[in-house]
Design a protein around this ligand. Sequence first.
Ligand code: DX5
Ligand code: ZN
Length: 215
Amino acid sequence: GDRVVGAPSILAADFANLAEEVRRVEAGGAELVHFDVMDNHFVPNLSVGPAVAAALVASTDLPVDAHLQVMRPDSLIPALVEAGVASIQVQPESTPHLHRTLEAIKNAGLDAGCALSPTMSPSVLEYAWPYLDYVNVMSVSPGFGGQAFIPEMVGKVRRLREMTDLPIQVDGGITEETAPLMVAAGARVLVAGSAVFRGDRAARMRGIVEAGEGA
Ligand code: DX5
Ligand code: ZN
């Protein structure tokens, strides 16, 4: 099947050994590092921010993709740009002026994306397409790793594929079992956290990418 991109979510990694964790998934063919930023307001969890992003960027040649799960993300964008991330994605409902947010990301020279929570319709993107480089279809509610895959999101990926040729990411509950369903529906980038960062990380990363490519 089509080539897919493995994007390990470091939310599930050992934070005391991030550089080593990234080397392991790189050995398993990871091509993009997924970096979840959470503020305990937009989602009921707190993760990491620009300082850790900068440390991560310094520890790998892979591009780092920041997934902002924060209220009013605009004020965080300059520090993440400074940290050296390659792309920033935001949740449309987290910002009162999505056009302004996407423009701030694009004007900094980064790729811009939107992440759609499970019940968010793709129609919210109707006037945002000119400012987007990718879309993330979340297959769990944002906030935590290790949640159950929401099967209705397969159809949502299929619907989005009819609307755009931009890369579609999927994020949440992605495993060797769910990856092929999402790739067959049109996903190109597989974000996976808890299914990767346990046991042999390289083998798990490779297993998910190969399962996706077998779709
Ligand atoms: C959830 C995050 C995900 C999370 C995925 O808010 O967006 O990136 O790390 O974790 P798994 O793969 O365990 O569902
Ligand atoms: Zn994420």
